[in-house]
Design a protein around this ligand. Structure first.
Ligand code: ZN
Length: 510
């Protein structure tokens, strides 16, 4: 056995363990009884420790060192996936060696406590009950950042786990560009007559909602023979390898868009996972060995680009509804017969500043992210005291999104992220939006049949382009490399801004 094969043989069971963790996670979020939360947390912590121990085991360390020498020899396998998989293992080992086990353990304990405290604090609208846990979490995350890379700004070191290669400098410039366009656009929309959302606020049978949404997800390419859909309070996608990729949504009988767009969003994540090259299964390129999470998508932002591409660029477009609105009317004739397509299209694309990020429309969504990024940066470097955070949040929401939260429940306590240790992850949502437009533009430029098919309600060519340029590579290329290779450009907000400007200028008659 070559040393490269030896590394691959040692990584495969680690990937199996990570997939088993995903099964436990899926169960915890879909059907586990609430009383099992503590024991499930222990089970997951044990398996995570098993994966980490195997990653740092001397047998793997030796095999990686030998594989390195082997790859340098003249007759070595030189395909990019092989080279990158060895590099990914090396990088993950270095990461886990740098971050002390004691710190990882403290983070794990803090997460358990903070999440519990956050749930209670949010229920009681009592930020003070969460504040000490947020304080602990920030202390730990600062220490983590320093142990990951003391030379880099803390935020850069933390973002590396979610979006390798991203820096605060690049991010700030990107957000400033978005702010300069989105703020006047949102202001102009606010001054224009608002379309009614009433047509989608009526009683819509949940069983029929599911049947329609799933039939469209299948058209997008989500393979139900290698997946399943369930109900979860917070919709998510999770995979146990590409042969079992599960999605969830939540239903509101009285608000049609909720389940439909959430399901297509998660199906977008799902087609990414389902279309990874089977040859990369159980390997370093279908495992996030730094985050210890089984996933084929190459970064949080890239993953989000695919969910948003299918949900928004396809699913919220005029051309999409020109072909599928008839089927929706047939599904809910008692509600939608007689409702013109235009009224429906405007109802599902209404722009209304909301205090809640997950309810935000396309125009104001990134403004929510800007608020969070600025506050995270200020908290990390000590410019903002935790006690002052709720007021700072409300101020920033008012000046950036144009709406002041009524209380902390719909303000600073709304997101789960900080309580589970996700500091520096919010930018990936905006990066996803930006990249989605870049991929979509490149695909349509490369293959004119994509638009021809879309006008007939078919998406095979679009899926084919994405499979070829994005999905099959799994984690072979970093997000910035993938963008450069497939679109010919680095991270660029202009296609996204053009999309938003054209769509909403026309929709609101600006
Ligand atoms: Zn998502």
């Amino acid at each position: 056995m070559s040393h490269v094969s030896r590394v691959q043989a040692l990584i495969a069971p680690i990937n199996d363990v990570l997939n088993a963790i995903n099964v436990l996670t899926w169960d915890a979020r879909v059907c586990m009884p609430a009383g099992a939360a503590a024991s499930r947390a222990e089970q997951i912590a044990t398996l995570t420790a098993v994966a980490q121990e195997r990653l740092l085991d001397s047998s793997l360390l030796d095999a990686v060192a030998a594989a390195r020498i082997e790859l340098a020899s003249a007759d070595a396998p030189s395909d990019v996936a092989t080279v990158r998989s060895i590099e990914a293992v090396e990088e993950a080992i270095a990461f886990h060696q740098r971050v002390p086990a004691e710190l990882t353990r403290r983070l794990s304990v803090a997460k358990g406590r903070a999440q519990h405290a956050w749930l209670a604090a949010r229920a009681d609208d009592e930020f003070g009950a969460f504040a000490p846990h947020l304080c602990d979490m920030l202390v730990i995350k600062r220490e983590m950042a320093a142990s990951i890379d003391a030379e880099r700004p803390a935020y850069d070191a933390l973002m590396h786990e979610y979006e390798p290669g991203m820096t605060t400098t690049v991010l700030r410039a990107l957000l400033a560009r978005l702010r300069a366009e989105l703020t006047p656009l949102a202001t102009a929309i606010a001054a224009a007559p608002s379309p009614s959302g009433d047509v989608v606020r009526a009683s819509f049978d949940v069983g029929r909602q599911r049947a329609f949404a799933l039939s469209i997800a299948e058209r997008f390419g989500y393979d139900v023979s290698r997946g399943r859909d369930d109900v979860a309070p917070h919709p998510f996608e999770i995979s146990f390898g590409s042969s079992d990729v599960r999605i969830t949504t939540r239903y509101d009988e009285h608000y049609l868009p909720q389940s439909m767009f959430a399901l297509w969003h998660e199906a977008g994540h799902g087609v990414y996972e389902q279309n990874a090259d089977p040859g990369l299964a159980r390997g370093a390129l279908t495992s996030d060995l730094i985050g210890l999470y089984a996933v084929a998508g190459t970064s949080y932002g890239t993953h989000e680009s695919q969910s948003r591409l299918w949900e928004n660029l396809v699913g919220r477009s005029r051309v999409f509804w020109e072909t599928h609105y008839g089927a929706l009317v047939d599904t809910f004739p008692e509600r939608l017969r007689g409702v013109p397509l235009d009224d429906f299209y405007r109802a599902i694309n209404r722009v209304t500043p909301s205090p809640i990020r997950v309810e935000a429309d396309e125009v104001t969504y990134d403004l929510h992210i800007m608020v969070r990024v600025e506050l995270e940066l200020a908290l990390l470097d000590g410019a903002l005291e935790i006690a002052d955070l709720p007021a700072a949040w409300n101020e920033a929401m008012e000046s950036t999104v144009g709406v002041r939260p009524r209380d902390d429940r719909q303000g600073v306590l709304q997101d789960i992220h900080w309580s589970v240790g996700l500091v520096g992850a919010f930018p990936t949502y905006t990066l996803g939006n930006v990249m989605a437009s870049q991929f979509f533009e490149a695909a349509r430029r490369d293959d004119p049949s994509i638009d021809v098919e879309a006008a007939k309600g078919r998406y095979g060519s679009l899926l084919g382009w994405l499979r070829e340029h994005v999905y099959r590579h799994a984690r072979t290329y970093r997000a910035d490399e993938l963008l450069q290779r497939s679109t010919g450009s680095g991270l660029d907000p202009e296609p996204y801004l053009t999309y938003l400007r054209e769509k909403y200028t026309s929709l609101y008659g600006l």
